[in-house]
Design a protein around this ligand. Sequence first.
Ligand code: ADP
Ligand code: MG
Length: 704
Amino acid sequence: MADFVNAAEIFGENVFNDTVMQERLPKKIYKTLKETIEKGLELDLATADVIAHEMKEWAIEKGATHYTHWFQPLTGVTAEKHDSFITAPMPNGKVLMSFSGKELIKGEPDASSFPSGGLRATFEARGYTAWDCTSPAFVRQDAAGATLCIPTAFCSYTGEALDQKTPLLRSMQAINEQSLRLLKLFGNTSSTKVTPSVGPEQEYFLVDAQKFLQRKDLIYTGRTLFGAMPPKGQEMDDHYFGTIRQRIAGFMKDVNVELWKLGVSSKTQHNEVAPAQHELAPIYAQANIAVDHNQIIMQTLKRVACQHGMKCLLHEKPFAGVNGSGKHDNWSLTTNDGINLLDPGKTPHENIQFLLVLSCVIAAVDKHAGLLRESAADPGNDHRLGANEAPPAIISMFLGEQLEDVVEQLLSTGSATSSKKGGVLLTGVSTLPDLKKDATDRNRTSPFAFTGNKFEFRMVGSRDSIAGPNTVLNTIVAEAFCDACDQLEQAEQFDEAVHDLIKKNLSEHQRVIFNGNGYSDEWVAEAERRGLPNIKSMVDAIPELTKDEAISMFEKFKVFTKAELESRKEVKFENYAKTINIEARAMIDIAAKQIIPSVIKYAKSLADSINAIKAAGVSEVGVETELLIEATKLLKTTQEALKNLESIEAQAFAMEEGEAQARFYHDNVTKAMEQLRTPVDELEMIVDKEMWPMPSYGDLIFEV
Ligand code: ADP
Ligand code: MG
């Protein structure tokens, strides 16, 4: 069968990766490029010319006709503008295929339509893009043919970041510098680079394409705006018909093949709690590559789903009342010589370093909980976070039983003298217990959990870029490391100073540690008592970006300027308002043109049968009359709610863009949307299924 897949053979075949570069580039050029990447320098034009030429030749062999600078604007998804390799026709009527170094390292997308939050006046609308040479170029094959994609950062002419990647790269530089400082304190002279390792687990739903196309809400907004709960929920295991499973399995196989060709190490796949929901996780990679790969994963899921007659829903909450989708952002710090800073070591020396790193992360997360929360805020995630499922909106940390025990001892006695495995820590120094990843020791309700040798930030929305959350994580931990180094570099008694600092970090920030059930009401009350922020919505989270402590931190580590933060705030408020606006208008459209007319038809059919029964001389028309009365009553409520939504939406739309408008959408428009949804969902339960204008939740979720 032609179906046989040799993963090792196809892996990375469409990537201009190290092996290809080594093969095709002149030795000197290859060396210069490697150095540039290693040292984070800028690539010179002469070198870029040679690389561009080889890259083009290689891409053409793969069938590419176009190239694109592939970048992530502030709205989350990737953007691209395609240029063909062809030059102007020559006198003989033929064209050449060309691609210069200048085109490789600096493109100029006319990207004036991308949000910039006022950073770019329209008269100087052009930003420039620069190749992120630490993330390899690749050839993507799809219906448009083959395209050479160049992972890119996007800036304005004055150097302000207009995308998600530029600040991410800056934050990686910050965490690198501060981590090296910290390692040096512990006598490490061999590591020369520290990079954040990131492995995001991606959740998604699959629905049948034919059914999807009958739902205008899914088409316009990615989520259902109406829909009564199916008789069967997610309480049952997902063992439906073999044929269904086959369809999904075939999809997953093709997704893997596509991803492997693009060098994305798709590793695990499984079904999730909700029916029709699935998950895909790659092997972790350095942060900027992981961010690019996650974008590739999302695009590939969508594309392959279409080829299989399905649609992939990446929205955080496509179905009310059914589990939503998120992205678990697994994060750790790795040195170029293979040390994971979040791996508790075997020697006391390593253990103290680990405890210091851990205490710094705890301090960072507690101090900047609001920023972390903001980094996971998007309109879709408002339906998830804190809404009785998924992680709560309160940031807390789960350490697991063993570490929690160590922390408690450090705090109560000043040193951990025993551990669950009997070692002695810090005083009379022995080793920390061997903290192996313990599969049973999991707390799935925690938004920020330590899982063996990494942290898992579970708040991120399924559709969002992971660039934002990782930028925040890198920077807040860089700051905590920096504070620690500032103190420890001055210390006369190093061991004592480290010990005191760990204790100080833990005692000042222990309030953020919570090992219990994060979904419970008790936790909400307890968190409030502890003074932890509970930021319930995106509009409440956005202002965190420009609080004094955020601005001074981001400026100190050169990740964002104040102007960039202000602009991001503006873009986010705008994005929120636009999203709700589209949803409200879609609801109005669906209710007015599909639902109300269908209910009228249904009511007419009831009236007709009542008349027919009466004409036949039967006086008892109880059920029909009852249904008619109920349908008519609900129809009236629907019509009133529709009128109300129309007027509130118009009011919101007329407001000036900005925070006040976003808040108005949040406080008033979403409420009016709920008021329209309620009677419609009730109507769905009584109207003849044949007459209901769109597939039900049951049809969508159970018949994939
Ligand atoms: P689970 O569902 O138990 O969380 P998965 O295997 O689905 O486990 O996902 C784990 C994710 O964590 C993978 O993407 C993996 O690459 C990533 N990961 C594992 N170790 C590290 C690490 N040290 N740093 C960052 N990410 C990691
Ligand atoms: Mg996980």
